[in-house]
Design a protein around this ligand. Structure first.
Ligand code: GDP
Ligand code: MG
Length: 588
């Protein structure tokens, strides 16, 4: 997993220029898309110049650079800004701080855009900080009236009447931050906690008058929509009446109580803000960016963002991407590890291993593929990819075998031309050579290729049938002749042994032996000459026969070509005739 990008400063995510359309900033989307970690999204809302940016900088633990603070009425941030940082306490999570400073900015005529920004902050955050000055009073609560309009601003399910329960499913945790609070935490003389203070402000009144109904309606909505809520009361950060340039003031110069509450506030957020979930699925940066795009698309088309539809569309987009990424991961790994040609057993082992990697990638990137529709698509894509590798491997194996065999055959052909095998046992030797070659090159190095190699060898034998037959025949003939010679030599020696001349006195005998030896040597030489002549004759005849056969073969091939061509023409003509013809025009 890649690490969380380090952002030196916040970036604008959604621009509210006051025109009809809110503009998503591609730079922010790109940053989000690169974050693979789950996001904890904390959004701060409400009026400008209530110290939101100052507080968010404390949350980001940044002293110098951060959300810019404005001490003038003119607000700098127009729209929603975001700042992504590694979570300070939970490794592996990314904390996204969202500052929506321009809500109800006096310069912005378009109230509708502000409402959308408020709705988006609620939709996108896992914790919402509602910032107010001084006290929780009717005015501050009135500003939360937008919550009562949420049914107009956000749809949970497609085309259904929605209940508070539906809204509660995605509502963020709610933190009320009261700033510049200088009252005592007492209600009717009794000390209360900060939460007790908030709950008191949200209490319902008894009565049935219209004003009481309105009073209660808002509170009921807030209580219903934010079942999980908490309150922090912050004293003034510095003693001066008009705290300007707070960002330049060091921590030890701030009021001690303020520093303490700030710490408590930050710890609470670090501990309790959960990763953002929609319909039970945790959002990482990429999913968050897609969802945000979908919501803005809804707004631009004049509809309230519908959570269910956005999630379905997001799932389609994300799962298609997940399939693509998984197939790519499979192919990259196969290309890297497979060296063509290889034994099909090994290839299938690689396939199984890389297929597992692909499923892992898919599981990491897919989103709510409950019907396993995309997983099935991945399965069939991987199968067809494997088929391609398999047939590529088969082809390369054939090429590899043919290449090797061609080299041997070239060698054999040369030897055949030099009549190296035209001797007794020549055929056997040739055959043995081919066999040894196959064993050495294929069986021991690549046993799977042996079958293919044997096929190619058979093809060679068919092609060279004539030569092989001649070599075989010559082997037989010469072996016969050799036997004949051996027989004749044995006969001569036998005759010598029985000749009485050999038994005469030594001298005479020696002379006679000498004489006979000469005669026999001559006889043997004569027989050998005869045999050599015979061998030359057979070789010559065979050579002529071979030439004749080769010529015949060429002739046959040519004739077959002609016949085949003739047949092809007939076939073409029959095909043409068999083609359905255009109906004739009928004149009425
Ligand atoms: N009185 C008071 N002023 C604050 C506090 N926090 C920030 N400020 C000042 O209020 C001005 C606006 O602050 P800023 O954080 O930009 O407010 P934002 O518009 O809500 O983001 C700046 O001059 C800050 O120095 C606070 O807690 N109390
Ligand atoms: Mg601000």
């Amino acid at each position: 997993m890649s690490s969380i990008p380090i952002l030196e400063a916040p970036v604008c995510m959604l621009e509210n220029s006051g025109e009809a359309k809110l503009r998503l900033h591609p730079e922010a989307l790109e940053i989000l898309q690169s974050i693979e970690q789950p996001l904890v999204v904390v959004a701060v809302v409400r009026l400008y110049r209530t110290g939101k940016s100052f507080l968010m900088n404390k949350l980001a633990k940044k002293k110098n650079r951060g959300f810019s603070l404005r001490s003038t009425v003119q607000s700098h941030t127009k729209g929603i800004w975001m700042w992504c940082i590694p979570h300070p306490c939970k490794p592996g999570l990314c904390l996204v701080i969202i500052d929506t400073e321009s809500l109800e900015d006096v310069e912005k005529g378009d109230q509708k855009n502000d409402q959308w920004l408020f709705a988006l902050s609620i939709l996108m955050s896992s914790m919402l900080i509602y910032n107010s000055m001084k006290i929780i009073d009717q005015n501050a609560l009135f500003d939360l009236h937008l919550v009562t309009k949420l049914t107009d601003l956000i749809k949970v399910q497609k085309g259904q009447e929605e209940t508070g329960e539906d809204y509660r499913k995605f509502s963020p945790k709610f933190v009320w931050a009261v700033r510049g609070f200088d009252l005592e935490l007492k209600i009717k003389g009794r000390k209360v906690t900060e939460d007790g203070f908030l709950e008191f402000a949200l209490q319902l009144k008894k009565g049935k008058s219209e004003s009481i109904k309105n009073y209660n309606f808002q509170r009921e909505w807030i209580r219903d929509f934010f079942p999980c809520r908490i309150c922090f009361t912050f004293p003034r950060p510095i003693d001066n009446k008009n705290p300007k340039d707070l960002d330049k003031i060091l921590d030890h110069e701030l009021v001690k109580d303020f520093v303490e509450v700030s710490k408590k506030f930050c710890s609470y957020i670090y501990d309790y803000a959960k990763p953002k979930c929609v319909q039970g699925a945790v959002l990482n940066g990429r999913l968050f960016a897609t969802l945000l795009e979908k919501f803005v698309e809804f707004i631009h088309s004049g509809q309230a963002p519908c959570l269910e539809s956005a999630v379905t569309q997001m799932a389609q987009i994300e799962n298609s991407k997940a399939v693509e990424e998984a197939v790519q991961c499979y192919q990259e790994s196969m290309e890297k590890l497979v060296k063509f040609p290889m034994e099909s057993d090994k290839l299938s082992k690689h396939h199984r291993c890389d297929e597992e990697k692909a499923y892992d990638t898919f599981r990491k990137c897919s989103f709510m593929d409950e019907q396993q529709e995309f997983q099935q698509k991945l399965q069939s894509d991987l199968e067809s990819s494997y088929k391609q590798y398999h047939s590529k491997n088969k082809h390369e194996l054939e090429v590899f075998c043919s290449d090797r065999l061609r080299k041997v055959f070239q060698f054999v052909e040369k030897k055949v031309e030099q009549n190296a095998y035209q001797r007794p046992g020549g055929f056997k030797q040739l055959f043995l050579y081919l066999k040894c070659f196959l064993l050495e090159n294929f069986y021991f190095k690549c046993p799977r290729a042996m079958i293919l190699a044997s096929n190619v060898l058979s093809e060679f034998q068919v092609k060279k049938e004539t030569e092989m037959k001649i070599i075989l025949q010559m082997d037989k003939d010469l072996t016969e002749k050799e036997k004949e010679i051996t027989g004749k030599c044995a006969e001569v020696q036998h005759t010598q042994a029985r000749d009485p001349a050999y038994k005469k006195p030594e001298k005479e005998k020696a002379a006679r032996v000498e004489q006979r030896n000469q005669a026999q040597e001559e006889q043997v030489l004569q027989i050998q000459k005869q045999l050599e002549d015979e061998r030359m004759r057979i070789m010559h005849e065979n050579k002529l026969l071979l030439e004749q056969k080769l010529q015949d073969q060429q002739q046959y091939l040519k004739e077959f070509d002609d016949i085949a061509q003739g047949m092809q023409e007939e076939i073409d003509s029959l095909r043409f005739q068999a083609k359905p013809s255009e109906p004739d025009c009928v004149l009425l």
